[in-house]
Design a protein around this ligand. Structure first.
Ligand SMILES: [Zn+2]
Length: 211
């Protein structure tokens, strides 16, 4: 028996994904077709020679490092830690937590580029290459496929590759959506992660040198 058979029907999924369904802004535009979106993105990835899983994994690794940096800053005062040091961590956390990206207002997202790179005192650096901004939300976004696993569904991210000056935005949940459902979200959704852009930012694909 295929696993797909346990999933809701396409019609049901599309209803949930429309604006005002499972999310106010929607996983899909008002008339977009889920199957068309998935098929088109599949084709894009095939042309680029990259899989959904590769993108999910690369994103997950980066976001995991950021999560660890954040939880270190937010840790309770450690045994032997001076009050000043503890306070400094708190201040550093505040400085780094600029609310970027606001996917509800795309026009508010700074247009970073090689000529306009953000200060490294804001957001989180992963190595020298990746610069990540996290916008945290209260509440969890449910998966339209009714999955129980909903890790990382309460934040959005902006991932900038400082070497090429290009960035991609999306919800933390995209790691799950890509891995389990091969879904980048609809072209009309503010949460969409553009596949080609993600591949460039992450430095994946056949044209990139393997480290
Ligand atoms: Zn799911």
């Amino acid at each position: 028996m295929s696993e797909t058979s346990r999933f809701p029907s396409i019609a049901k999924l599309e209803r949930r994904m429309r604006p005002g369904g499972y999310s106010t802004q929607g996983f899909l535009g008002p008339i977009e077709s889920l199957q068309v979106v998935i098929a088109r993105d599949q084709e894009t990835l095939e042309n680029l020679g990259v899989s959904h899983e590769e993108i999910a994994e690369a994103l997950e690794n980066i976001l995991q490092v950021v999560k660890e940096q954040i939880s270190q800053l937010l840790q309770f005062r450690q045994r032997g830690e001076k009050v000043q040091e503890y306070r400094k961590r708190g201040e550093e956390y505040s400085a780094r937590s600029v609310h970027i990206p606001d996917l509800y207002h795309h026009e508010s997202i700074p247009s970073f580029s090689l000529e306009n790179l953000p200060s490294v005192d804001q957001g989180y650096l992963v190595g020298n290459k990746f610069h990540v901004f996290i916008a945290q939300y209260r509440g969890l976004q449910e998966c339209p496929w009714e999955c129980e696993h909903e890790e990382w569904s309460s934040f959005d991210f902006l991932l900038l590759n400082r070497e090429i000056g290009e960035y991609v935005t999306g919800p933390g949940m995209i790691v799950h959506l890509l891995r389990k459902h091969h879904f980048f979200e609809g072209l009309e959704s503010p949460y969409r992660v553009d596949p080609a852009r993600a591949v460039r930012v992450l430095g994946l694909g056949s044209n990139t040198t393997i480290k």
